[in-house]
Design a protein around this ligand. Structure first.
Ligand code: ADP
Ligand code: MG
Length: 170
């Protein structure tokens, strides 16, 4: 998309991936949607775990592969963690309130693994984070913005010195 921004980082441990995710947490607003791409075992759930801890979620954050949606309401913002891997039909998205979680007007933030399974149902405005395994333990994490709000989000995140994503001008 025109005007999209891209930033990349490499992490060498799961902890570093969680720490990077934690630096995104302060900038999230209600209605924000983040799509996580990457093969099984890439580190998508690890990323959400770091993010959730930084939002103040106290309980364990596990993979929603079997529940499809796991939600956490004890952090600064409600966190809706979706994993669409096991869904096959578009109508199933209605049952899990997917559309209201990603329409930009939700009360919390939505993090979605395997959103690309439903290309016709992508959010209108979202931050895409793609994680690729390089060598063992090493992950390349690329963030790209699709839309105005996610561009702003990526920009403030990039300007966070702890994220080390790089500088950005809005
Ligand atoms: P996904 O949700 O993408 O299927 P998970 O986050 O559940 O993947 O699992 C990622 C696995 O990769 C974990 O076992 C984690 O310990 C391991 N790992 C190794 N190096 C990294 C890294 N740099 N960042 C994230 N995870 C890593
Ligand atoms: Mg996962």
């Amino acid at each position: 998309m025109a005007n999209g921004l891209t930033y990349a980082r490499t992490t060498t441990t799961p902890e570093a991936t969680k720490q990077l995710a934690a630096t995104l947490a302060p900038y999230l607003h209600a209605g924000d949607t983040v799509v996580l791409n990457g093969d099984l075992g890439a580190g998508k759930t690890q990323f959400v775990q770091g993010l959730a801890a930084a939002l103040g979620v106290r309980g364990a954050v596990t993979s929603p592969t079997f529940n499809i949606l796991l939600e956490y309401h004890d952090g600064r913002l409600p966190l809706y963690h979706y994993d669409l891997y096991r869904l096959d039909e578009r109508w199933q998205l209605e049952d899990i309130d997917y559309y209201s979680a990603i329409d930009g007007y939700g009360d919390g933030v939505a993090f979605v693994e395997w959103a690309e399974k439903f290309p016709e149902d992508m959010p209108y405005d979202y931050l895409e984070i793609t994680i690729t395994a390089d060598a063992e333990g090493t992950r390349r994490i690329v963030a790209h913005s699709y839309g105005k709000r996610s561009r702003q989000l990526l920009c403030v995140w990039a300007n966070d010195s702890k994220s080390r994503l790089g500088k950005c001008k809005l």
